[in-house]
Design a protein around this ligand. Sequence first.
Ligand code: 13P
Length: 249
Amino acid sequence: MSRDKIVAGNWKMNNDSNQTKTLILELKKTMQMEANVMIAPSFTNLSIAKDLLLGSKIEVIAQNMHFSDSGAFTGEVSANMLKSIGIETVILGHSERRKYFNETDDQLKLKVDSAISSSMKIIFCIGEEIGERKNNNHFEIIYDQINNSLFHLDKDSWSRIILAYEPVWAIGTGETATLDQIQEMHSMIRKNISERYTQELANSISILYGGSVKPSNSHDIFSLEDVDGGLIGGASLNANDFNQIINSI
Ligand code: 13P
């Protein structure tokens, strides 16, 4: 079964409006796409990015959203607001959101439900800390993250879910998980989904890897059986590196 190949750039809190314009123009100039390509600028630059990419196949996505439609939540942005500027996909559950903004599995479940009821797609991030891997708890941690925020969904809703396995210890550290560690976790995730739903559903879900992906390792990572692309942080801020990663799929 062929799954969607996706390369998504998570810009995190980088690039002001001028830098956003410059990077997008560079990307447009050189990009040839086999994969579905997404970029996630900050909220303030989503509209700028959408305008610059009008008619392009590069999808502009959001890094986060609140679970309510509207209301007294100072500083937050809702699914409706994102949809109203043409954003169809949101990253949820990134480890930086979990760690620095105390997002819990229960809150993420509410966000997932809100995104799905707004007909959005979700890149849902999961990943273990280094201590959890050292204690050999990594499979359990990942299972719990998926179970607590996603396993209440019905089968149809899963057509809106893309998973991103991002071991926390590999994010921004230059230390990539080994190919064995990546394949082992991705196939375990697929097995968990097949046991909760069906093998067919499990085979249809794109599972991305994230954590220090760069041009020198992306081809090997993307060639793994259960890897369907990547969620790229640092290397997505450089047009040349991001293009090389996209072309390696
Ligand atoms: P790096 O590619 O910088 O390690 O970041 C990965 C990531 O967190 C993407 O969401």
